[in-house]
Write a protein that binds this ligand. Structure first.
Ligand code: HEM
Length: 314
């Protein structure tokens, strides 16, 4: 059925699926509805310019940042079993931008828009029971095996103790133009300098549902939160166009710089003034996406969401 739909119809159907599962909340994003804005900067490693031609690697650049919790529920607990998000918009100063919209899981839950829509449709709350239908979820999980890797990751990984103790993965493959005319395929990984720290069961009982923002505010008042920016290099057997398959952790990584967050911004999140959209297709010259069915459908869905949340009729 989906092949017959235009791109914009698929985008609308995907945002409808998010709204169906999480409800429609005035002025909130359809996904990653709960979040906080910050500012940061990217500092390239001295060796990075030999890897890529992009102006990104030529000097230090400032960035707009938004941290978030996955899902379309703006009141979700920070202790929920959900991925964290970090969206960054690095401004290269020449009019170009690098936008990366990342999650703390190494994989996404859908390889195609079909799985995305069906996965969320199965999780709609049944108005008679007030809960999603367990049989529908079980059937969707059985049919859409591409959702399994992220479900396993969520079951095995406790929520991070801070936005700054989570790694962030762009999950898609990117292509970097090299000085010798070839292209380097790689995936972005932002590895927290503070280490990956998950909450223990004890921590979970002692914390409030909204501890993450205060924690980050406190942390950056004592010094910036920082990530090592890595490019993970695939081997021949690694799929380039499937964001639900992680490449083995033993793959070579190259550190191309550091990313630091130095200030949290007063929140306009969920406010009618919040017009920010992190569009994953905004890439500078010298960096492109390898493309996959999920990457290719994101930008249009984000446009539908931003139009919907800015609409005065919500
Ligand atoms: C077809 C697949 C996807 C769809 C339909 C989708 C849909 C959406 C939508 C509608 C929003 C809200 C946009 C806005 O109102 O500004 C959003 C936000 C977000 N999505 Fe996705 N998404 C997809 C894939 C992904 C993937 C693969 C990742 C990460 C690996 C991701 C991470 C995020 C994050 C972090 C945000 C918050 C952006 C912000 O901070 O403003 N999404 N997504």
């Amino acid at each position: 059925m989906l092949q017959k739909l235009e791109v914009s119809e698929v985008a609308t159907t995907m945002v409808d699926a998010l709204n169906g599962a999480f409800g429609r909340h005035p002025h909130k994003r359809a996904s990653h509805a709960k979040g906080i804005f910050a500012t940061g900067k990217f500092t390239p490693a001295a060796t990075a310019s030999s890897l890529g031609l992009s102006a990104l690697f030529a000097g230090e650049h400032s960035a707009a940042v938004r941290f978030s919790i996955a899902g379309g529920n703006p009141s979700v607990s920070d202790k929920a079993n959900a991925a964290r998000g970090m969206s960054i918009d690095i401004s290269l100063g020449n009019g170009e931008h690098l936008v990366l919209v990342m999650i703390s899981a190494p994989v996404f839950f859908a390889a195609t828009p079909e799985t995305f829509i069906s996965f969320l449709a199965a999780r709609r709350v049944d108005p008679t029971t007030g809960k999603p239908d367990a049989d529908a979820i079980a059937l969707s999980n059985k049919v859409h095996t591409d959702s399994e890797a992220q479900r396993r990751w969520l079951a095995a990984t406790p929520p991070s103790s801070s936005f700054a103790t989570a790694p962030y993965f762009a999950v898609h493959t990117y292509l970097f133009d090299r000085p010798d005319g070839t292209k380097l395929a790689a995936r972005w990984i932002f590895e927290p300098v503070a280490g990956r720290v998950g909450l223990s069961t004890e921590d979970l009982t002692g914390l409030t549902d909204n501890f993450l923002n205060d924690e980050l505010n406190d942390r950056v008042s004592h010094g910036s939160a920082e990530w090592r920016v890595l490019l993970q290099i695939p081997e021949l057997t690694d799929p380039l166009r499937n964001p639900t398959v992680a490449w083995p952790e033993t793959r070579q990584t190259v550190e191309v710089g550091r990313f630091s967050v130095d200030a949290i911004l007063p929140s306009v999140d969920g406010d009618v003034r919040d017009k920010t959209v992190f569009d994953p297709e905004l890439l500078p010259a010298g960096i492109s996406a390898a493309g996959d069915p999920i990457y290719d459908s994101r930008s249009a869905a984000y446009s539908v969401s931003v139009a919907r949340r800015n609409s005065t009729t919500v």
